[in-house]
Design a binder for this molecule. Sequence first.
Ligand SMILES: Nc1nc2c(c(=O)[nH]1)N[C@H]1C(S)=C(S)[C@@H](COP(=O)(O)O)O[C@H]1N2
Ligand SMILES: [Mo]
Length: 170
Amino acid sequence: MNKKIIVVITILVMVMSVTAYLNRLRIKDKVTFIENAEISIKVEGGEDNKLDFPWIQGLGEEVFHANLKRSGKEPEEQEYKGVLLKKVFDSKSISLEGKKQLVIRSIDGYTVALTVEEVLEENNVYIVYERNGSPLGTKEDGGSGPYQIIIRNDPFSQRWAKFVVEIEAQ
Ligand SMILES: Nc1nc2c(c(=O)[nH]1)N[C@H]1C(S)=C(S)[C@@H](COP(=O)(O)O)O[C@H]1N2
Ligand SMILES: [Mo]
């Protein structure tokens, strides 16, 4: 009787340690993934500038609220964390002067264009990586990141490009 209990407890403890170990690996994977999440910016005809997460995060994070309109649902206020898109270009000394638009390309082929005018507006166009305190996640896990464009002054979210990988100034 006593032996049985000891065996059961031993098995439980073993299962718990393995689960804890696997969870730790998964979290580490996630952190590594976001640290390595790259975005490429360029001027039409120019070379690629690859930016990683620490670089982008270092450009001046902001937390703000915006209304997300999902297809077929009512708008819902969300808290986002990210940086102003224009700061990303500034950080690589890429001038948007004389440029007309930024073309945003995503992993699923989705492409949207933003006017340089709106990108230069105060508190409007952001590249974000957290929603309501958590990383955006990826297309594979049902998320919208690692990076997404949020346009605070645009009440329709068609141009809130998810899974952004490349931004080109034209
Ligand atoms: N990469 C990518 N971003 C995208 C889309 C898409 O298909 N691919 N759909 C857009 C549209 S039409 C809407 S309404 C919002 C929210 O889409 P969801 O409801 O499918 O998440 O994301 C926008 N961003
Ligand atoms: Mo949509």
